[in-house]
Ligand binder design. Structure first.
Ligand code: NAP
Length: 244
């Protein structure tokens, strides 16, 4: 182990090879973290790591498919060898095929997206929890969306989001899970929060979004670096706390 392992904090970002996750990884590295770039595809992961290193950033590749128990276990073991983990950003996510009318979706369609967007978060978080428990300022950050907010989707004036029986409910579920983790881990120092990046131009929405991935990443950098007396069990975006 070299010195920087003991002095620097380490973060893991899932799905960090592109989009918002890539910019969260870059942003955390610029803030002085050593960042594990979690990505399932070897070429995409290596390309991202090289690009970040070309910027002078301290990053390393972490092979990681959040739907695969063995892959998640191997990623946790790799982080242990790398010296531990202080910040986990659960960013990996998919929308599933569109459209997603509730009367027409198949169970398989629903299960695939739940497996990635929700169960993936349980898998990764629980696998690295022993490492987070050893950190002096552990943070778990869940990349959610205001399209998962039941309050905002049913707002009288301007309801948020399209009819989406698969993707949006996975973010409602993720928000609910965020609350449960925050409650169980209260008092441990592990702060667990969810955030929304806004509508960001990425492959996820065929670049229809209106914000840049760097703008989308900002809220997650904030949640990853909350002070020790910061909030846990909240859902927020750049405008502040958002309703569940
Ligand atoms: N874009 C928006 O407007 C918006 C708004 C609200 C929330 N979000 C959320 O932001 C997060 C990032 O999305 P994005 O917009 O940046 O989309 P993106 O560019 O499509 O990136 C998604 C990332 O997740 C990875 N991923 C998907 N399934 C995975 C798996 N099983 N294991 C590991 N990695 C996996 C992808 O890897 P591959 O390259 O291998 O597919 C990719 O790195 C998602 O959780 C999304 O729901 C996005």
């Amino acid at each position: 182990m070299t010195d920087h392992h003991t002095t620097k904090k380490t973060a893991l970002v899932t799905g960090a090879n592109k989009g918002i996750g890539y910019e969260i990884a870059a942003g955390l590295a610029r803030l002085g973290f050593r960042v594990g770039v979690g990505a399932r595809d070897t070429t995409r992961r290596t390309d991202a790591v090289e690009k970040l290193r070309a910027e002078g950033l301290d990053v390393f590749g972490v092979p990681l498919d959040v739907t695969d128990d063995a892959s998640v276990a191997a990623a946790a073991a790799l982080l242990e060898r790398e010296g531990g983990l202080d910040v986990l950003v659960n960013n990996a996510g998919i929308t599933g095929a569109m459209p997603q009318l509730p009367t027409q979706v198949t169970p398989e369609q629903v299960l695939e997206v739940v497996d990635t967007n929700v169960i993936g978060v349980f898998r990764v978080t629980n696998a690295v929890l022993p490492l987070l428990r050893r950190s002096t300022s552990p943070r778990v950050v869940n990349v959610s969306s205001t399209v998962g907010s039941l309050a905002l989707q049913t707002a009288q004036a301007e309801p948020v989001g399209p009819i989406s029986a698969v993707y949006s409910p996975t973010k409602s579920y993720l928000n609910a899970v965020t609350v449960q983790y925050a409650k169980e881990l209260a008092g441990t120092g592990i702060l667990v929060n969810a955030g929304c990046p806004g509508y960001v131009a990425t492959d996820l929405n065929d670049h229809q979004g209106i914000r840049t991935p760097e703008q989308g990443a900002a809220i997650f950098l904030e949640l990853a670096t909350l002070p020790d007396d910061g909030p846990s069990g909240t859902f927020r975006d750049d405008a502040g706390v958002q309703p569940w």
